[in-house]
Design a protein around this ligand. Structure first.
Ligand code: F0G
Length: 458
């Protein structure tokens, strides 16, 4: 008999989570204005709001904390992290930051000016936010396959080279300070970019004289997919793959809260000293001196250890198999999800799930509320609430896809939890015909409304 799949770690510390009754949840979600961000964590049984900063650190990471060097300048923890980053990415220069969006803020302060154009593959919200805040524009060049939810395509994070070249031809070099490749691409469902595509993007960028930066929050999960799906990589070590990936970039921004399995932290990696020097002044201004930039020494130590653990094959196999284990149960029942499954989350197609709810009534948010009421599982809307209003017309922007994201924290839940989540969503699916009404907005902020919006049932 083949031995069954089993996790590549065992559990040393546990945290209690509390089940609740449907009556309690009805009360809580009403008081929260039907916004899951407003729930208290003890009102949630299984929390799939995000995989960011929610992972479980290892015994070695906790041990590394004790060895942190809190010197203001030149701490050994900084050099420890610097050597690790060089080993995994090949980048000689780096700046620590307190999280991923801080890395974007520092890097973009150095590179982006008003009127600039930044092509990429479905830029993450904070990335786009930092671009638009500088009165520049993000242009999405993702392959069309990313929108064909149920059709298999191995690299739904890829950039469409024709779309990219059209942008590079249309605008002068002086107006395109960088191309951003997000690995994996969160916004299309945690979907990977192939090595072939990274290489082709870099070759094209070099021809036009434009630098390429990776938004590398989930770079290790991307490397795992390359190993699984791309010819020639099946026997390679994950770190060999990451080094080749980063060889096609001039730098990177990192939210360490994802694939480096720490609760807080980020950094920028640079190939070129002049980029590093340009960004350093903004790091000192916004984050902190260049050898700590918003991170304590102990946290840099835990991050260095996390980068190694996050790039181990057995860990990645455990993690990504768990996400697929959940996806498979939903897909078997006919629930439309982004397929193949992403690295960090299952993205449920809410419009296909709730066809009777009008788009003006926040379809994915309606589904998130139903799932919470059913089970105490907290998910997140990636749909009209997140897409926000058009700043010029004030009208809602309706994105092509209304996603319900089930983001899986790293090393936190077991497959029994996955069974529970699947059963809960399947229960909602089985009564979907009866869900015909959605939500309406009662109160919203002018910017980033999804975090604080208050809604009511229609
Ligand atoms: N880039 C990507 C691809 C991300 O997914 C995120 C965060 C960031 C940048 C920003 O990093 O949060 O450390 O400032 N994504 C989280 C999520 C919030 O839930 O997907 P940060």
């Amino acid at each position: 008999m083949d031995l069954p799949f089993a996790e590549s770690y065992k559990i040393k510390a546990v945290e209690s989570i509390k089940k609740s009754t449907r009556e309690e949840r009805e009360q809580w979600i009403k008081s929260a204005g039907y916004n899951l961000f407003n729930l208290k964590s003890n009102q949630v049984f299984i929390d799939l709001l995000t995989d960011s900063g929610t992972g479980a650190m290892s015994d070695k990471q906790w041990a590394a904390l004790m060895m942190g060097d809190e010197s203001y300048a030149g701490a050994s923890s900084y050099y420890n992290l610097k050597n690790t980053i060089r080993d995994i990415t090949g980048f000689d220069y780096f700046l620590p930051t307190h999280q991923g969006r801080a890395a974007e803020n520092v890097l973009f302060s150095a590179l982006i000016k008003e009127g600039d154009i930044i092509p990429g593959n479905a830029h993450f919200d904070t990335t786009k936010g930092h671009i638009e805040y500088r009165k520049a524009s993000a242009i999405d060049c993702t392959v069309d396959e990313a929108n064909h939810t149920e059709e298999y395509f191995p690299f739904k994070g890829n950039l469409d080279l024709e779309k990219l070249e059209a942008v590079l031809k249309k605008y002068p070099k002086s107006q395109i300070p960088l191309i951003i490749v997000t690995v994996t691409c969160n916004s299309t469902g945690g979907q990977p970019v192939s090595m072939e595509n990274m290489k082709a993007v870099k070759e094209m960028a070099d021809r036009y004289g434009i630098p390429v930066f990776f938004d590398a929050a989930r770079f290790a999960e991307n490397a795992y997919f390359i190993r699984e799906r791309e010819k020639g990589y099946e026997n390679k070590e994950i770190r060999e793959i990451t080094r080749e990936m980063f060889s096609y970039a001039d730098g990177m921004t990192m939210s360490s809260k994802k694939d480096a399995i720490v609760n807080m932290g980020g950094f920028i990696g640079f190939r070129h000293k002049d980029d590093f020097e340009k960004a350093s002044q903004f790091n000192i201004l916004f984050e902190g001196y260049i050898t700590y930039g918003g991170m304590s020494g102990r946290d840099m130590n835990a991050l260095a250890q996390g980068l190694y653990e996050g790039t181990e094959y057995d860990y990645l196999n455990t993690r990504i198999s768990q996400v697929a284990y959940l996806g498979e149960q939903l897909r078997e029942k006919g629930i439309a999800v982004q397929y193949p499954y992403g690295g960090h989350a299952i993205f449920v197609d809410a419009k296909a799930f709730l066809p009777k709810v009008a788009k003006e009534e926040y379809v994915a948010q309606t589904l998130a509320v139903e799932l919470y009421l059913e089970s105490g599982v907290r998910s997140v809307e990636i749909g009209t609430l997140l897409a926000d209003r058009d700043p010029n017309t004030g009208e809602n922007r309706y994105p092509e896809k209304e996603w319900l994201r089930l983001a899986i924290p790293r090393r936190v839940y077991t497959n029994n939890h996955m069974d529970y989540i699947a059963a809960a969503l399947i229960n909602v699916f089985e009564r979907r015909e009866s869900i015909t009404k959605g939500l309406r907005i009662v109160k919203e902020a002018a910017l980033l409304r999804h975090f604080t919006v208050e809604l009511d049932k229609i």
